[in-house]
Write a protein that binds this ligand. Structure first.
Ligand SMILES: *[C@@H]1O[C@H](CO)[C@@H](O)[C@H](O)[C@H]1NC(C)=O
Ligand SMILES: *[C@@H]1O[C@H](CO)[C@@H](O)[C@H](O)[C@H]1NC(C)=O
Ligand SMILES: *[C@@H]1O[C@H](CO)[C@@H](O)[C@H](O)[C@H]1NC(C)=O
Length: 246
């Protein structure tokens, strides 16, 4: 090989190496997970930080965002009493009315063993305390309880915090004196979509981990159980496609 041939072969190789490096660089830019300094964007291929949602507690003045009806989809507790309550739960339906001065929540629970039904009516005047630095905590101390339709004395208090997560989702921590619940709801009408169940449940586990809840004894809605006051399915389900063609 002459010196000239050698030089020309080297330059071809150099160009090949350069091209390879360029391709690698383009490839890595195309993968948003490679660069940890790039903030997560609307790009759905980027893995979002699962704890990030939990930084967004809902401010008391924004509670009106939760107006509507909700179905408990998944829940965990960090205490045996909470676990036995959740293992006995069949369905839980919640209705919220809120503005920046009042928070009204009606929770209707059905259980597998008696008493079969408990309805909680929470009605709180929101106090915008100067010492409540973050203005996210609802102190629940005005609760009316009905057990199987009969009034019962109830004087437990709780602290409730809501977190902003996905649209059609509601995430809440409910803290009583000795223990806590993490409760995840879907908007009524969006609670029967089996496609979403698996991914949603993966999110739940991560949220539980972020908030230091064990998640080995969860309550999971079965997608069909009726609620205390109404059916789970809408009154007229659209006919299945098969039914129309036959
Ligand atoms: C609540 O909202 C109303 C109007 O929407 C406003 O006039 C009032 O100042 C608000 N109150 C508080 C405590 O933020
Ligand atoms: C909530 O409490 C307020 C003040 O006591 C009362 O005026 C209102 O009627 C109550 N609302 C419900 C839905 O119970
Ligand atoms: C709360 O209720 C329990 C029984 O239901 C009772 O023993 C207790 O004294 C009550 N506490 C208050 C502060 O009313």
């Amino acid at each position: 090989m002459t010196k000239k041939e050698y030089m020309s072969r080297m330059s071809v190789m150099k160009r090949a190496v350069l091209l390879l490096l360029l391709l690698l660089a383009v490839g890595s830019n195309a993968d948003p997970t490679v660069d940890p300094t790039v903030a997560p964007t609307a790009d759905h291929t980027a893995a979002p930080d699962p704890c990030h949602d939990l930084n967004n507690k809902i401010h008391l003045k924004d509670l009106h965002k939760l107006e509507g009806e909700w179905v408990l989809f998944w829940s965990v507790s960090d205490h045996d009493d909470g676990h036995s309550m959740l293992s006995n739960l069949k369905s839980s339906h919640v209705e919220i009315h809120a503005d920046n001065e009042t928070f009204i929540m009606t929770e209707r629970n059905l259980y597998k063993t008696g008493p079969n039904r408990r309805d909680y009516f929470i009605n709180e005047t929101l106090v915008h305390n100067a010492d409540d630095h973050d203005h996210h905590n609802i102190h629940s101390d005005n609760v009316r309880l009905e057990v199987d339709g009969q009034h019962e004395d109830y004087n437990d208090t709780a602290d409730i915090i809501f977190y902003e997560t996905c649209p059609e989702c509601m995430l809440m921590t409910y803290n009583v004196k000795e223990y806590r619940f993490l409760l995840s709801y879907r908007k009524d009408g969006h609670h029967r979509d089996p496609e979403k169940v698996k991914t949603v449940h993966d999110d739940h586990k991560q949220h539980a981990e972020c908030l230091k809840f064990p998640h080995d004894k969860p309550y999971s809605y079965d997608g069909v159980a009726d609620f205390a006051h109404k059916k789970s399915a809408p009154p007229t389900e659209p006919p299945a496609p098969d039914a129309q063609t036959s």
